[in-house]
Ligand binder design. Structure first.
Ligand code: SF4
Ligand code: SF4
Length: 120
């Protein structure tokens, strides 16, 4: 487990996805994690266009292929490029796309209001 400078545990979705099974909360000896709050997980994927291989003309759909929720699709562009489009209403922030991205192009952001997002 990784902890931050203040000693709090850090969720590293780039290292693997979360199934939101609640096992961590149920096994926490101090009840610091509340399993009933799992649906409130506020994080959603954000694709960084500058790093994305597909946006630079390299064929890649690994993030889309890894998403069991169908939250990522691609829009073809001139020059062999394709821009990933992320549906924030569908994304549950599981991290599967970040784990497989060879370019480290997927980060996570908090979103108060869910809405579809186009990558810049
Ligand atoms: S897996 Fe990464 S590099 Fe490939 S298309 Fe998705 S965001 Fe871009
Ligand atoms: S975080 Fe999970 S649900 Fe969201 S786009 Fe990535 S794989 Fe799909």
């Amino acid at each position: 487990m990784t902890v931050d400078a203040d000693g709090f545990p850090v969720v590293e979705l780039n290292s693997g996805s979360c199934t939101f099974c609640g096992a961590c909360a149920m096994s926490c000896a101090t009840d610091a994690l509340a399993v009933e709050r799992l649906p409130d997980w506020p994080w959603h994927a954000a694709i960084q266009g500058a790093a994305c291989l597909s946006m630079r003309g390299v064929s890649c759909r690994l993030c889309q292929d890894s998403c069991d929720h169908g939250a990522i699709r691609f829009r073809l562009q001139p020059g062999g490029r394709a821009d990933p489009l992320l549906d924030l209403d569908t994304c549950i922030g599981c991290g599967a796309c970040a784990h497989v991205c060879p370019a480290g192009a997927v980060t996570f952001e908090r979103h108060a209001n869910h809405q579809s997002e186009e990558i810049q």
